[in-house]
Design a protein around this ligand. Sequence first.
Ligand code: GLU
Length: 409
Amino acid sequence: MQAFEATSFYFDQAAKLLDLTENIRTLLVTPEREVRVEVVIELDSGAIGNFIGYRVQHDSARGPYKGGLRYHPLVDQDEARSLASLMTWKTALVDLPYGGAKGGINCDPTKLSRGELERLSRRFIEKIHDMIGPFKDIPAPDMGTDAQVMAWIMNEYGKFEGFNPACVTGKPVEFHGSEGREAATGYGVAIIAREILGRLKRSIAGSTFAIQGYGNVGRHTARFLGRQGAKIVAISDAYGAVMNPSGLDIAELDRHVAVNRKIVGFKGGDPATNDQLLMSPVDVLIPAALGGIFDKELAQAVQAKLIIEAANSPTWPEADLVFNARGIPVVPDILANAGGVIVSYFEWVQNLQHFRWPLEQIQREEEKRLVDAFGEMYDLAERKQISMRTAAFYHAIIRVSRAHALGGM
Ligand code: GLU
């Protein structure tokens, strides 16, 4: 099974409960537009580098397409298609006036210099500038891209279409970005953790956590959970994991990573493998790295009592069925990591208004949207005795199909 098929499987589980006609199902599943471009740049060595970039625009019934750009060696058409579809359901679930898109470039950004990354980003935008824009399609950061890349995108877009910071979100705060955007996804994961644990009659303080991934999402998730008294017993990055049953000191770990660029070698815990982390007996397991982590075997071996999907698409359908059968609740990605796109929306609104909101307002409004969407999803799951994932898709599909109906097909 490939990534897009997996996303469509989750869609279908909810669609079945909605009695959609086959034509509407096809309309909702099929991406509206897919673009693949060759991006050629001069490398620092003087050699030519050929890369392939993608942008998939999945659905625009509710508004302009919205979604990140990923720079990673596993980026391909199918992955972009799957992630674009997830953006459609994510933005609908938290009720943002957007559709869904995703894209990226197949490359290894850790092996490219800053100059090469800049040339790559600019050349990519040169190729796709006519399909993006503030009211067409608004890119944002994802794995392997950051605020600096968004700044280059804004500047490059401006060369073709004129100054318009609302053409991309996740920009640096001092360059038309928003307060709270960088930490927004992790902040949202911590809010969702508080909400779900509350429903399960538990709390963040006193619960144990394992977090897979220490990129933008994992790092901020750890920080916000730590501040609320979480006991984070394991964290990993692409190179390895560290464990400490009495809880890791996140501030210390941050200092270590700032100097060494990786978790390996951190003295505040014992070295461990990624698999040990994923199978550790914690209350809450948070995948916050690549997709496709949980297969059937791993799902059977997981000892966590609750899973919160901070990463996009970490769970294959066969693993999801195992989690459901074992009674391990899974908070789905389209809600758990929606904090990022919610604050992207606030950034876009601020850009359009030429006005700045303070951090307190951003965090307050992000929290409200997440808490409302969580409540709707959780209550529906309870009422219908379905998984939270199916409930989340159910709400999202209703909103998107309603927009199609109102707009006229
Ligand atoms: N890449 C993030 C996501 O998957 C953020 C997208 C955005 O802000 O548009 O949700």
